[in-house]
Design a protein around this ligand. Structure first.
Ligand code: ADP
Ligand code: MG
Length: 290
């Protein structure tokens, strides 16, 4: 492609809300065979809502929600926002010694109780068994929900689920990417069961789940092993290294600044059909079709 056709291509893309921060990305998109998508905030809205909660005998929901909300008030994770919204505001007890372990969950002391809130692996790591409650949570994860486990003083106290709506456009984007001959992968920190359920629903080919923050870069490298280039689409702070590592990093414009700065291409709206537009324009430009 000539410099002029690149200019025309990036101009057309901009009209469609696809900003090429680097002109050569238009060219590099032609070598991409796999499009990897982050789940939360990229495929989904990133605004989960608390949908389910079951508490252990001897506890009541309001009591547990109060303890959990006190801890989550200190967290910026989307799950925390869902729990605080469900609590509905109002006074919360103080949380002392708050700690957050990315990919696992959060903990703090509330009313002199040690409260932990997080993924099942956080509880497994702490040696806390949820028995029957774990079975309930498994069903929710099978529906694509993110499950949340609550322990108080080392005892299993509740399981909850949050549901994050799939964005308008995500389903059509996967279909269109397949039509372009690309394979589609999902990379997520969420549980395997929840990630698989969403991938199955959308027809996504590969799922890499329960990925810890550093694991996203390794996931990109693994996807590249079949020899074709990998485009990665993400929105979060922890997506930045993978955006930089991929052959073409595509950030959601409504995402974090760190993600945008690490990307080659920025989608002005959150709609994943923008990824399809980027490939379309790349193809037209490289073939010099107007
Ligand atoms: P992702 O954003 O893809 O879910 P994270 O690494 O941020 O990946 O989190 C992985 C998992 O850890 C979450 O799906 C959730 O189950 C759990 N988790 C993380 N932070 C919190 C939190 N503040 N409250 C409850 N669970 C959390
Ligand atoms: Mg995300």
């Amino acid at each position: 492609a000539t410099p002029t056709s690149i200019m025309v291509g990036t101009g057309r893309a901009a009209e469609l809300g696809v900003l090429f921060r680097k002109g050569d990305a238009l060219q590099r998109l032609q070598d991409v065979g796999v499009v990897a998508l982050d789940k939360t905030g990229t495929i989904t809205e990133g605004r989960p809502v608390l949908t389910d909660m079951v508490v252990a005998d001897g506890w009541n929901r309001a009591e547990v929600l109060r303890l959990v909300a006190a801890v989550e008030a200190r967290s910026e994770h989307p799950v925390a926002r869902a729990i605080l919204a469900a609590h509905g505001g109002g006074d919360l007890p103080a949380a002392q010694g708050f700690a957050s372990e990315t990919g696992f969950g959060v903990r703090a002391d509330v009313d002199s109780h040690a409260v932990s809130v997080g993924a099942e692996r956080m509880m497994t790591q702490a040696g806390i068994s949820f028995d029957a409650l774990a079975g309930v949570a498994k069903d929710w994860a099978g529906d694509g929900k993110t499950t949340v486990f609550v322990a108080v003083d080392g005892h299993p106290v509740a399981v909850a689920a949050v549901s994050d709506p799939i964005k308008k456009g995500s389903r059509d984007a996967v279909i269109a990417l397949h039509d372009l001959g690309l394979s589609v992968a999902m990379i997520s920190g969420d549980s395997r069961a929840a990630a698989n359920a969403i991938a199955r629903d959308l027809g996504i080919d590969h799922v890499i789940a329960e990925v810890l923050p550093d694991g996203k870069v390794a996931a990109i490298d693994a996807l590249r092993q079949n020899g074709s280039g990998v485009a990665f689409v993400g929105d979060g702070i922890n997506d930045a290294p993978a955006l930089a590592r991929s052959d073409v990093g595509i950030a959601i414009g409504t995402g974090t600044d760190v993600a945008i700065e690490s990307a080659d291409v920025v989608l002005m709206t959150g709609d994943l059909r923008g990824v399809v537009n980027a490939f379309d324009i790349s193809q037209r430009t490289m073939r010099n079709i107007r």
